[in-house]
Design a binder for this molecule. Structure first.
Ligand SMILES: Cc1cc2nc3c(=O)[nH]c(=O)nc-3n(C[C@H](O)[C@H](O)[C@H](O)COP(=O)(O)OP(=O)(O)OC[C@H]3O[C@@H](n4cnc5c(N)ncnc54)[C@H](O)[C@@H]3O)c2cc1C
Length: 487
């Protein structure tokens, strides 16, 4: 029987394994074995949920985006429709720290593009000249060159330096933990580049897009909406979705399903340290000294791990994989008694521009964003530390990290109470950075991988950093593997 080995059991590796079995069943493909290995004691990679004293604490991702449909669709296919959790959109506001005070991000600003002029006009976040400069975007001619550029240069050119400083940079740091002066706009925000090219302006493009979306049925359109017998109603969908029991519900469910299939195993605490090629097969070395043979091997581990693993099969590919930079981050979740907090917490949280010179990058007011995250009478706040701004802070001991966050929250939100709970999670070299030239680098890597039949790379380092994109790419990878298995 043929064997597929998947190295890495984060969402990418698990989505690949699930999709392999799903397509095998649908396509009547001959039986094959799947062995998924992960160096950690548990699968899930960055996705970690902790349940403690009635709190649901997300260490890593706390949601996925529904606009990219792959995560939502997978949740529904695996029977998690009833577990889906929407955001409390009545309170969907983001604040930005500016000169030590929290200002609401004007309504209608989507990522960094203003789509409603009235809220922008009354905003206390942006100066008068900054607002005029933002609105001028409508008239600024499009760039002729098609070369990649940094996000920083793109935003300065289209919307002005103040938008970059107060909106784009902190929002992007909150999502990618990255530096707009090195990030590729084409790889990170392809839609914005497309809008400039097609409509000549982001404001025009965004308004057209919103008008189109209004006419469309919500992405929730599922079997039930289309009248498929037995399908569950689609339910409400918000831009960000989570799961009632936390994001590991997704991991646990996929693992449970794949493990229920014959010839499928998950091996944790197994660190792959080499891959060699023997004729048309692969031999994977594990750090306990054992080896596994495979007809197809998928690396679903971060690019730096893939670089170490590919030294023997393609040294140039290994060198190229090294050039995908990663940053480290930490999340600190901290809970207080609601009665101890004077701050209204009337939003989903705040982001912090680099120019404010603070130690936290962003803060999510978790118990406002989602229901059911705390026992009654408590609030849960999650702060982000590290990223390209302050990477060294990720190594602080837990007690110092918690003190740092408490002192930042005291300055910014006036919280002086002692927390009921504080949890620190570190993610070392876990966030890939799509720097200028990313697309060319990945095209080269894809070509190179194709030159080694039976060998595949998947994961958030290549074609999209979030959970939805990781699932999509895992599904694409599974199809390629099946093609190979079928000969
Ligand atoms: C703090 C934080 C918050 C985030 N928030 C969000 C969010 O809200 N929404 C969102 O969509 N995305 C978010 N992301 C991004 C999201 O986490 C990633 O898109 C996703 O988890 C990537 O999954 P992956 O499987 O590709 O990689 P990973 O999760 O990194 O999994 C890789 C796996 O490979 C294993 N591995 C590594 N080397 C080896 C080896 N040699 N042998 C065997 N196994 C190995 C690791 O143990 C790990 O389990 C966040 C990321 C971080 C760090």
């Amino acid at each position: 029987m043929k064997r597929v080995v998947i190295i890495g059991g984060g969402i990418s590796g698990l989505a690949t394994a699930y999709s392999l079995r799903e397509h095998q069943e649908l396509g009547n493909v001959e039986e094959f074995e799947i062995l998924l290995i992960d160096s950690n004691a548990r699968v899930g990679g960055n996705i970690k949920t902790e349940h403690k004293d009635g709190f649901i604490v997300e260490g890593g991702p706390d949601c996925f985006i529904s606009e990219k449909p792959w995560a939502l669709a997978l949740c529904r296919r695996i029977g998690l429709t009833d577990d889906l959790l929407v955001t409390n959109d009545k309170l969907r506001k983001t604040f930005v720290l500016s000169k030590g005070k929290l200002h609401v991000l004007p309504e209608g600003v989507i990522l960094m593009v203003p789509t409603k002029m009235l809220p922008l006009a009354f905003s206390t976040l942006i100066s008068f000249t900054g607002k005029i400069r933002m609105a001028m975007e409508y008239f600024i001619p499009k760039r002729r060159s098609t070369e990649d550029e940094t996000l920083g240069s793109f935003v300065r050119r289209r919307l002005g330096a103040e938008t970059l400083d107060k909106i784009a940079e902190p929002l992007v740091a909150g999502i990618h933990a990255g530096d707009p002066e090195t990030m590729s706009v084409r790889a990170s925000f392809p839609k914005f580049v497309e809008m400039e090219r097609e409509h000549g302006s982001l404001i025009k493009g965004m308004i057209k897009r919103m008008a189109m979306m209004k006419g469309k049925k919500p992405a929730a359109a599922s079997g039930a909406a289309k009248g498929v017998a037995g399908a569950k109603p689609a339910g409400k969908v918000t831009m960000f979705m989570s799961l009632k029991g936390g994001m590991t519900t997704l991991i646990d469910k996929i693992a449970e399903i794949v493990l229920s299939k014959p010839n499928t195993r998950i091996w944790c605490s197994a660190d792959a340290n080499s891959i060699t090629r023997i004729d048309d097969k692969f031999r994977i070395g594990i750090s306990d000294g054992s080896t596994i043979e495979a007809d197809a091997v998928v690396i679903a581990a971060p690019a730096h791990a893939a670089s170490r693993l590919t030294v023997d099969i393609d040294s140039e590919l290994s060198e190229k994989l090294k050039t995908i930079p990663y940053v480290s981050t930490a999340t600190i979740s901290i809970a207080y008694k609601k009665a101890d907090i004077a701050h209204p917490m009337n939003g989903f949280g705040f982001v912090v521009p680099r120019s404010e010179k603070r130690k936290i990058m962003a803060s999510t007011w978790t118990s406002i964003k989602f229901s059911g995250r705390t026992p009654d009478g408590s609030v849960l706040i999650r702060c982000f530390v590290g990223g390209s701004k302050n990477m060294e802070l990720v190594d602080l001991p837990d007690t110092e990290m918690i003190e740092l966050v408490k002192s930042e929250l005291a300055d910014i939100m006036g919280i002086t109470a002692e927390p009921e709970l504080a949890r620190v999670f570190r993610f070392k070299n876990a966030m890939p950075q799509y720097t200028v030239g990313h697309e060319e680098r990945i095209a080269w890597i894809d070509e190179r991988v194709e030159a080694t039949p039976g060998f595949y790379l998947t994961g958030s380092a290549y074609h999209g950093i979030g959970i939805a994109d990781s699932i999509r790419y895992g599904e694409i990878t599974a199809k390629k593997v099946l093609h190979r298995i079928e000969g």
